[in-house]
Design a protein around this ligand. Structure first.
Ligand code: UGA
Length: 488
């Protein structure tokens, strides 16, 4: 009975998702009487650039998306989307068909033809923790060579506070008059896995500039989103740049707080789900970002909070809480394997994880199924994924690993070719001595516990996302560790 109900539920979810996507775009269509007059170049078609380009086209603007990667642009021109992001292909296809969205390698042409240039290139972490602005610098150099009339130059990439002033200096040092451009900072708050929805229905649109003219034009290109319920937040460039870092730092802090509280709940026998629910009912706190897990990863939080610490140190401000978040998150990433070893009755685990050489600990001939490799669900992104820590530790202990992820296996295979990648969750679980659930993919919640029991060799489960049905696990006699939820 339960199984049938769950299968139907996933079908309903799919149907609901399709209808929901159609309703987003239809609602926006109603707002668009005509195309905006502005032509926008979005430079960089990575995660942020591609979603921003498609989203701005959906708002009725003409958008030219540019990238130096010839293969990527060729694929995009064939309708292929280089990243896994629900709803993005539909948005790109629709706006390409309406001639509002084009892809090119020709940055010179895109600069000349555009009124607004969004910079959406990568700002990776340098060795010292600062954001590496070399890609941004290269775009500015191209703009300074090709600028042919007044342009708004807008930073969409996450850039360190002070980048706006630095860009102005680069341009004026290249001989570009201040009257030829205005600068805007327009940070993005998209989450991987729900980026299309986040773009079309943002909580706020932050625009920082010292030019009223530029702010008016920028407000215009986002108008359909505001008519749809979002709101502008207009400020100066430095404040807009700061808002981005502070938002990510705050979210990472909130999440790390609940992770630590889940460890405390484990120790005292409290239930973190109830604790978090109660916290969320307090309007001053909000219920979101209170799900404990194996620590945060991804391309944003780890990089951005380290960059914030770097910038604060340079300004002689000691951000103690943010520094503690970085440290606590590293500790949290060890938890899934620590809990696994505890279940396997291996004592003094904390010490042994730090000092593998000093122990005789071995998982040789033990097979561990790892479900989920991406840093979160609905993405193929494995950057700084907690699953990387888990895989490294398990490999260090000599375990055999059978892994499955609905989207991220290809990426993880490049990092860990020695692991056995499986075609389904059940395939990974078959004959395993223990199972660790790492990523909150919805399909894992629908796994049949009875079937898991029948195909697994052992009975040990570490559920790092508290996804499995506890009563089902108990019914089938599993030995289980959850995150902040008592089991026995
Ligand atoms: C994050 C921010 O949420 C976005 O607003 C921001 O635009 C983006 O960074 C960015 O700077 O580009 P993202 O990293 O894509 O987005 O994903 P999140 O949904 O924020 O998740 C981050 C990490 O926190 C994941 O590892 C996730 O599993 C974890 N998480 C999140 C939890 O463990 N529990 C939660 O309750 C929420």
């Amino acid at each position: 009975m339960i199984k049938i109900y769950k299968i139907n539920r996933s079908k309903y979810f799919l149907l609901f998702s399709i209808l929901f996507f159609q309703s987003w775009t239809l609602q926006l269509d109603n707002q668009l009487n005509k195309l905006n007059n502005q032509t926008i170049a979005v430079i960089g078609t990575g995660y942020v650039g591609l979603v921003t380009g498609a989203g701005l086209a959906e708002c009725g603007n003409r958008v030219i998306c540019v990238d130096i990667d010839i293969n990527k642009i060729a694929k995009l021109n064939l309708g292929e989307i280089p990243i896994y992001e629900p709803g993005l292909k539909e948005l790109v296809d629709k706006n390409r068909a309406l001639d509002r969205l084009i892809f090119t390698n020709n940055i010179e042409d895109a600069i000349k033809k555009s009124d607004i240039i969004f910079i959406a290139v990568g700002t990776p972490m340098s060795d010292d923790g600062a954001a590496d602005l070399s890609y941004v610098e290269s775009v500015i150099s191209n703009i300074s060579i090709n600028i042919n009339n007044y342009k708004i130059i807008c930073t969409k990439s996450t850039v360190p506070v002070g980048t706006g002033s630095w860009i102005r200096l680069l341009l004026t040092n290249s001989g570009i008059k201040n009257s030829m451009f205005d600068l805007v900072s327009n940070p993005e708050f998209l989450r991987e896995g729900s980026a299309v929805k986040d773009f079309l229905y943002p909580d706020r649109i932050v625009l920082g500039s010292d030019s009223k003219k530029a702010l008016d034009i920028m407000c215009d290109i986002y108008k359909p989103l505001v008519t749809n319920g979002s709101q502008y937040m207009l400020t100066n460039i430095t404040t807009a740049e700061t808002i981005k870092y502070v938002t990510n730092a705050f979210l990472a802090t909130k999440l790390t707080f609940i992770n630590e509280i889940s460890n405390y709940c484990d120790a005292v026998g409290a239930n973190v789900k109830d604790v978090a629910y109660s916290l969320g009912l307090d309007k001053r706190i909000s219920p979101l970002f209170l799900k404990p897990g194996p620590g945060f990863g991804g391309s944003c939080f780890p990089k951005d909070i380290i960059a914030l610490v770097h910038s604060s140190d340079q300004n002689n401000i000691d951000l103690k809480i943010v520094k503690a978040v970085i440290e606590a998150n590293e500790i949290q990433k060890n938890k899934p394997v620590e809990k696994l070893l505890e279940l396997m009755s291996i004592k003094n685990i904390g010490a042994s994880l730090d000092n593998l050489e000093a122990t005789n600990l071995s998982l040789k001939n033990i097979t561990i199924a790892v479900l989920g490799l991406a840093f979160k669900d609905n993405t193929d992104d494995i950057r700084y994924s907690p699953a990387i820590t888990t895989l490294k530790l398990l490999l260090n202990y000599g375990a055999n690993i059978k892994a499955y992820d609905p989207a991220a296996m290809k990426n993880m295979q490049q990092e860990f070719p020695e692991i056995n990648y499986c075609s389904s969750a059940y395939d990974a679980i078959k004959d395993a001595d223990a199972l660790i659930l790492m990523t909150e993919w919805p399909e894992f919640a629908n796994l049949d516990i009875k079937k898991i029991k029948s195909i697994m060799h052992g009975n040990i489960i570490v559920d790092a996302r508290n996804m499995f049905d506890i009563s089902e696990l108990k019914k089938h006699d599993f030995d289980v560790k959850l995150f902040g939820i008592p089991y026995n």
